[in-house]
Design a binder for this molecule. Structure first.
Ligand code: ZN
Length: 240
């Protein structure tokens, strides 16, 4: 433990550890998780972190800022520029989009929107921030049902990472994944139950970075199917 970290922890010693840090991308799922955390921990005990990893669609970052403001929680934006330097995926560069955003690579059998290591790195940096602030809970919107084929969204990946963080940071940090086993329909129903429907107008899911959304990319189709199956109008579609 370095001197600065000791100081930060001691300064925060009076605050309860039973607080949550939400990884907020500005999308539907992380926004639902933000409201889940507020419901569970209380608004005053929730904060959020957003990663600027060089995503092509900068709109995402604006959406995260707006969602956090609408929810009444603080938001920290942290830069991670290594993924954009690595390239090779449709979210940080154009090279993988020739065949269509979200298409599955024949060799890896993963969609070209897969950013290798992204969630592992995000959660590790989020854990570092939580450690500094003496926050005991991380919340992330990853889900393995209806998922797009991302291996870092699986429950066993998150469980293994939680264990690694606990060991590596000498911590009892808990990583919560409220959406892990929910379908998109159930995620929409959860958002409605948590009072998060209106704020969905501020969120962003489209892989093509369109607002209003393109409606045809895999992310738009998944989102639309969830709302349709839940019988709920997506407020984002009313945005002009
Ligand atoms: Zn789209």
């Amino acid at each position: 433990m370095n001197v600065r970290s000791e100081k930060v922890r001691s300064e925060k010693a009076g605050e309860p550890r039973d607080r949550a840090l939400v990884v907020l991308s500005g999308g539907q799922d992380s926004t639902t998780c933000l409201y889940w955390a507020i419901d569970r921990f209380g608004r005053d005990r929730v904060s959020s972190v957003t990663f600027d990893y060089g995503q092509r669609h900068r709109l995402e970052l604006e959406c995260a800022t707006k969602v956090a403001a609408a929810a009444g929680v603080s938001n920290v934006r942290l830069p991670i520029d290594t993924f954009a330097t690595l390239g090779g995926n449709a979210l940080t560069d154009d090279t993988a989009t020739a065949t269509g955003v979200g298409d599955v690579d024949a060799d890896t059998r993963l969609p070209n929107t897969f950013v290798p290591g992204r969630n592992l790195v995000f959660l590790t940096f989020a854990a570092a921030l939580a450690w500094q602030r003496n926050i005991g809970h991380l919340v992330t919107g990853v889900a393995q049902t209806d998922y797009s084929g991302y291996p870092d969204c699986r429950a066993e990946t998150v469980a293994a990472l939680q264990q690694a963080i606990r060991l590596g940071m000498e911590s009892d940090l808990a990583i919560h994944t409220p959406l892990m086993h929910l379908s998109k329909k159930q995620t929409v129903e959860l958002a409605v139950a948590l009072g998060a429907l209106d704020v969905m107008a501020l969120t962003h899911s489209c892989y093509n970075g369109k607002r209003p959304p393109c409606g045809t990319c895999p992310a738009c189709e998944l989102r639309a199917r969830g709302f349709a199956e839940a019988g709920v109008d997506d407020p984002l579609l009313a945005v002009t």
